[in-house]
Structure formats: structure tokens, C-alpha cells
Design a protein around this ligand. Structure first.
Ligand SMILES: [Mg+2]
Length: 163
């Protein structure tokens, strides 16, 4: 098993996470994927669940950076809370994360990456060397051909990790 595909933490949903969870691990900034991590790909704005999570991070004074491979319109419409954000992030490449860490002035040990895809969120986070949190996707399907392909590839990882 390639270690870059093994997340540090696995949760069923963002409801299993909180500001406290990150704070007690020394985390100051969290990179959050949007689609199928915070909300379904069709949900344009944060729903109650996503807002609760985002508010909990804010209360713990943890910087939030939305990091999505999706287009600017998607990210901007979702981001009505004025969070830091990166669209067309180029995950699994790590350049956009590294740039953000630098501008926040924090080390990789103080950051976490949260997402639902092994071939983008987890692989990027592991290569970057931050705490990685795999969130099981909210709903699979209607994600487009490229994500569909990645979902097929993910099946092996999911089976190996026993998730
Ligand atoms: Mg996603």
C-alpha cells in the first residue's frame, strides 16, 4: 500500500470533526475540499451541517481555506462566509497549498487537509506532509467522467484500508 494514500484519520462525515478536534492536534489552518466533503456537488451554498462545522472551526480560531479543483464560480458562490479559497487548485499537486501555507506563515505541522478523494485530497495532503483527514463522500455519482474514473481507482484503496 502506497503510504501517500493512507490518511491519518478517517471519519464518516464532517459531523465527526470540530474545531476542538483540530485545535487539540495543534492545527492552525485547515484546507477543506468542498464537493462531496462539505456538501454534495449540487449544493451551491453551505447547508446547516456545513455551517455548523465551519462555525466550529471559526470558534476555535482555526483558519479555513477552501481548496477545490472546481471553477471559480462554484467556489465563490459557496464561499459566502468570506473564507480563504483556492479554485482550480490543481490537486493532487501541492503548489497551491504551499503558497497558502507561506502566506499564512504556518508550517505543515500546523495544517490539515480534509477531503473525500484519495487521488486528490489525500494524496496532496500526504505529499505536503500535513495532517490528512479522509471524509467518506456524501454521495457518489453525477460527478463527471474524470471523477468517476478516480472513484473506480479508489475502490482498491478503500478495500485495502477496510473502509
Ligand atoms: Mg471532493
Amino acid at each position: 500500500m502506497n503510504k501517500y494514500f493512507v490518511p491519518d484519520v478517517t471519519v464518516n462525515s464532517i459531523e465527526d470533526l470540530s474545531g476542538e478536534f483540530f485545535r487539540e492536534r495543534g492545527i492552525k489552518a485547515v484546507f477543506l475540499d468542498i464537493d462531496n466533503t462539505l456538501v454534495t456537488p449540487k449544493t451551491r451554498k453551505p447547508d446547516d451541517r456545513a455551517r455548523r462545522f465551519l462555525n466550529s472551526l471559526k470558534e476555535s480560531e482555526i483558519s479555513v481555506c477552501l481548496v477545490s479543483n472546481n471553477k471559480k464560480e462554484r467556489v465563490d458562490e459557496f464561499n459566502d462566509g468570506g473564507y480563504l479559497s483556492i479554485h482550480r487548485a490543481g490537486k493532487p499537486f501541492t503548489y497551491s497549498y504551499r503558497r497558502m501555507l507561506k502566506s499564512l506563515g504556518i508550517s505543515k505541522k500546523e495544517a490539515a487537509a480534509v477531503g473525500d478523494q484519495f487521488y486528490s485530497d489525500i494524496y496532496a495532503g500526504r505529499r505536503l506532509g500535513v495532517l490528512t483527514v479522509y471524509v467518506k463522500p456524501i454521495e457518489i455519482g453525477n460527478e463527471g467522467p474524470f471523477v468517476y474514473l478516480k472513484r473506480q481507482l479508489e475502490k482498491k484503496i478503500i478495500a485495502k484500508l477496510g473502509l
